[in-house]
Design a protein around this ligand. Sequence first.
Ligand code: SF4
Length: 220
Amino acid sequence: MADYREKFWRLRLEACRKALERNHFAAWVVPSVREARDLFREQILPNLTPAPRTASWGDSQTLHATGILDEIRRNPEIELIETFDPAVPRETLIERRRQALLVDLFLTGSSAVTEAGQLVNLDMIGNRIGGITFGPRHVVLFIGRNKLTGNIEEAMRRIKQVSAPLNAMRHEGFKLPCAATGRCMDCDSPQRICNTWSITEKSYPKGRIRVILINEDHGL
Ligand code: SF4
């Protein structure tokens, strides 16, 4: 029997892909993170011009699941700026995240994508939003089907009520009220992870932002 869930999400993701293309993003739908990695390796990376010599990334569990970062680490032609090494002092990591805003290739995920083909993100520091918005020549986003929402309001509600508390729980070092209650308390904590929103309605220039929609649940 056909997997009706796969079909349900494939149809919705395909409609989202078309909306993203109308908004000047380049977009694909793939069945799994393995196909996302293959698409990136075989079709996207070889066709980037000029060929990227530097790369970096913004935190994304979906990106990690593809294994692409490890492939880039092994690629002698690309220098990867590591922005999340736990052995490196935080001040150094912040400086690297500043440098990451000028790389040739920036990889990350998105907090949400709407059916109308808009990207919605909420950051603590802003390095992920910054890289998506301006600086890196090429941006590639990996987005699981669970990030698809009906509209911007639904996306913002989901991010604040689901993604952010889960993210707070994931970072055990942060003492945030939502990690204790499972609900956003609109806190004033200096460790607050919800500081800057971005809504990307269209890619400028056309095709600068590439979006790979994955027919699996990934990320928060
Ligand atoms: S605003 Fe504060 S309480 Fe609300 S989700 Fe963000 S970190 Fe948690």
